[in-house]
Design a protein around this ligand. Sequence first.
Ligand code: ADP
Ligand code: MG
Length: 252
Amino acid sequence: MALTAPMRAELTQHLKDLHLPTIRECFVEQSEKARKEELAYERYLLELARRESEVRRDNRVARLMRESKLPLEKSLATFDQKRLPSRVSQQVQVLLDGSFLERHENVLAFGNPGSGKTHLLCAIGQELIQRGRRVLFTACSLLVQELLIAKRDLRLARVLKRFASFDAIIIDDIGYVQQNREEMEVLFALLADRYERGSVLLTSNLPFSKWEAIFKDPMTTAAAIDRLVHHSVILELNLASYRLEASKRAKE
Ligand code: ADP
Ligand code: MG
């Protein structure tokens, strides 16, 4: 027995109230298909549930991607993993499953400019988002400015709380811009706040031995390194610059 017009209108309203927009859009077409193919009721229901879930998942991933501020083009698909030293390659495979986030482990990527640190961490970030994780990408210098403004406006605690809601924060290029004491202090406050509470993924051209340039005094530098390294995976990308190699190849 087919649905009468009032029944269809009522069903549409229920699906609206229940926030099932995909089922609302496709149930007519799918019921015709089910009738034609003589599908069991359960098969029909399964198809509807599957479609609603898929669209919901895709929307969530898209929302997380926008929120993360990750550059779209720096994905795993566009990253040549064969360039990585085999040890780093193995570490990356482990990181991609995302379980390090539950352990609140950090990822510290070191290497000379152009070795692919930023691209690699962004690619990992995108994969984590595909698994439904909340990720935030920020250049260290921008992050510090945001924290300073928050501190000036007495909103530092609130901003740190917002950061705490992310499973992973990617801080790009720590130590690239020379920071003054006040800037270093807010950066340290963030790292201390996240310690054992959430993962930090960072890139740096500076080895730890030069981090005093970032955190100014030896005590703070040691404290910052200690917190970061305590539960961490260190990726050493001692590679030639990808840009340099690419331009050499282009000339040949
Ligand atoms: P770093 O952060 O170490 O300075 P980037 O990640 O910014 O280096 O890489 C420099 C450029 O080279 C970027 O455009 C990046 O996309 C590209 N690149 C680096 N390594 C790779 C790689 N293994 N595969 C593809 N592109 C890469
Ligand atoms: Mg970089």
